[in-house]
Ligand binder design. Structure first.
Ligand SMILES: C[S@@+](CC[C@H](N)C(=O)[O-])C[C@H]1O[C@@H](n2cnc3c(N)ncnc32)[C@H](O)[C@@H]1O
Length: 234
């Protein structure tokens, strides 16, 4: 019987081309087939761009469509279809690499692939290769400590506004990803919880168009940039 291939979920970091791990580079160089995610609206993949110096020219790169929908049924169908495409590659004895921005275990489409692969191909050999997250890169960029001593850190999504921030107790530090809309409510929640004074936003961290926004009220007057995160501390 033919040996099945292996799937690697590989984090390529948040954008700085030097923030890939040596392991990520080795695994990408050895890939037979590359996969990554894009929304159904476009086929551009920043993860592929970051990894491109290490992808052999003869290796196929498949951009899988992940619909940005709240309809879980539609999303589940897409995740299953995408996992099937990867499973087909593994069944041919080839090794597949699924590239993700930042870290694959942190707000990543790789999470959906992992779940579906475990259902449709439980025998699959899967390895997750960690990457540097956007909020670790941003703290480093700012020479700012993310969390220390006996403090806590909340990592949360800002996609639905500030309620997650209002509803936590005993947290000294917050990293808010997806801080690109509902920014007025996020700012208000930071003010309500004493986290506003030491807050800063970073957009496109590590890329040519990187911006550090020290007065996060400024974000309210801009067109939202998806690649925005906020770090805040008491
Ligand atoms: C779907 S999450 C992906 C998180 C990623 N897996 C990680 O480990 O950081 C997308 C959000 O991550 C944040 N993000 C990712 N890369 C970023 C960057 N280079 N600069 C600022 N924020 C970034 C933004 O808040 C964006 O809305």
């Amino acid at each position: 019987m033919k040996k099945i291939g292996k799937l690697f979920g590989v984090g390529v970091g948040p954008g700085d081309p030097e923030l890939l791990t040596m392991k990520a580079v080795r695994v990408i160089k050895a890939a037979d087939v590359i996969f990554t995610a894009a929304s159904t609206k476009n086929t551009y993949s920043l993860a592929v761009e970051i990894a491109s110096p290490y992808i052999s020219p003869d290796v196929p790169v498949n951009i899988l469509s992940f619909p940005m929908t709240k309809d879980i049924h539609t999303a589940e169908i897409a995740w299953t279809e995408n996992a099937r495409m990867i499973a087909d590659v593994l069944k041919r004895g080839l090794n597949a690499v699924f590239l993700t921005l930042g870290d694959p275990t942190t707000y990543s489409t790789f999470g959906y692939i992992l779940k579906k692969m475990k259902c449709i191909m439980p025998e699959a050999n899967i390895e997750t290769v960690p990457g540097i997250t956007s909020f670790h890169a941003a703290s480093a960029r700012l020479n700012r400590i993310l969390v220390e001593g006996e403090e806590s850190l909340l990592i949360t999504s800002g996609a639905f506004g500030g309620d997650r921030i209002r509803n936590v107790d005993g947290v000294e530090n917050i990293a808010i990803v997806k801080a690109y809309k509902n920014i007025k409510d996020i700012n208000q929640a930071l003010k309500d919880t004493d986290l506003y004074k030491r807050s800063v936003a970073v957009t496109n961290c590590g890329r040519d168009n990187e911006e550090i926004i020290n007065d996060i009220d400024e974000l309210e007057n801009r067109a939202p940039d998806y690649w925005t995160l906020i770090l805040a501390s008491k």
